[in-house]
Design a protein around this ligand. Structure first.
Ligand code: AKG
Length: 343
């Protein structure tokens, strides 16, 4: 049976999270792993050609699970080569703000295939209906072993503190249920930084977030977290964790020797405020926030429009073009969270 069963749907509604095992087969994820590896190869080749890195430091023979962490840890801390590798690999989801050494369409193609995976879309359809907008705030993350948390750069490798995805979106979007699918590309364990969640219904709403961390993440301080126990969610590669935009979640330091690769994908109903077909220039400082897309600095795209299937984005090149249109769109009024020192 495709999609969520009534029991699963009920569980998702009551707890705000649900794990579906094996929605992606290994062969579904492999093209993305290959594209990530090719992107890392290209960055290393460029740095080797510039004399900023040695062949040995590129760790070409290391397996996918360990290579990225070994490359980063093998380079001098905060050296230009280490910063470059981190910045480019952090931007695998393509903001257009980093010039990649590799052809980025390869990653876009593989990622789009994962976003459009039928088994996943069927489950998303069970929650929000069959007409679906892809929110561009999807990410590919490599959480590196033993990365010092809270460094100045907002790099993904360290911990991602407690937050709700709604905390990052504009406030008028709180009324809309947006589904996050968190998918590990390698097995995710407590040791390598799996997801932790608090059971929390969508209608329980947004908790106070603060800013002021060196790594620039916003977060929910401990005394505002739900009065229950968080749940560590260990998963195999290809399992999918479904969350709502209100589910508090976090990931902590990776104390293993593998890099915890994952992707987080976001799906909204067609009724969600979005920027499909909007010119990025229409985002000006004077525009009313409640007329904006939920995440205004990144381009949304149509995943499924049953009345107009020609609008569906199915091609990696088109997908990349849509993303790139928003590469210089920085206007985001935010939601006015408080700095931690003013608490
Ligand atoms: O993958 C991670 O480490 C954190 C992901 C996350 O917090 C999110 O998808 O909102």
């Amino acid at each position: 049976m495709s999609g969520l069963t009534p029991t699963e749907l009920d569980e998702f509604r009551q707890r705000g999270f649900l794990v579906k095992r094996g929605l992606y087969a290994d062969a579904d994820l492999q093209p993305l792993r290959v594209a990530i590896t090719a992107a890392l190869d290209a960055e290393c080749d460029l740095l080797i050609a510039q004399g900023a890195m040695t062949e040995a430091e590129a760790c070409c023979d290391a397996p996918f699970e360990t290579r990225f962490g070994r490359v980063v840890h093998g380079l001098d801390t905060d050296s230009p080569a280490q910063r470059r590798i981190l910045a480019s690999m952090q931007d695998l989801f393509l903001t257009g703000r980093v010039e990649h050494a590799a052809d980025s369409v390869a990653v876009a193609d593989a990622l789009l295939a994962c976003i459009r995976q039928e088994t996943v879309l069927d489950c998303v359809t069970s929650v929000i209906g069959e007409d679906i907008i892809g929110s561009s705030t999807f990410r590919i993350r490599g959480k590196i072993p033993l990365w010092e948390s809270g460094r100045d750069q907002p790099y993904f490798p360290g911990e991602v503190p407690w937050h709700q995805d709604a905390g990052y979106m504009l406030a008028h979007c709180d009324a809309h249920l947006i589904v996050t699918c968190w998918v590990p590309l390698v097995d995710a364990t407590v040791g390598n930084g799996c997801m932790h969640v608090y059971p929390w219904r969508f209608d329980q709403g947004v908790l106070p977030h603060y800013f002021g961390r060196r790594d620039r993440y916003i977060w929910i301080p401990d005394d505002h977290l739900p009065d229950t126990n968080p749940v560590p969610v260990e998963m195999r590669a290809g399992d999918v964790l479904f969350l709502t935009n209100m589910t508090p979640h976090a990931t902590f330091d990776n104390v293993s020797d593998t890099t915890r690769w994952s992707m987080d994908l976001r799906y909204g109903p067609m009724s969600i405020p979005n920027n499909v077909d909007e010119a990025p220039e229409s985002y000006t400082e004077s525009r009313r926030p409640d007329s904006m897309a939920c995440a205004p600095t990144e381009a949304d795209f149509v995943i499924r429009d049953s009345a107009h299937p020609e609008r569906d984005v199915v091609d990696g090149e088109v997908f990349t073009e849509i993303r790139m249109r928003y590469a210089r769109q920085y206007v985001n009024p935010g939601r006015g969270w408080t700095h931690i020192r003013d608490r």
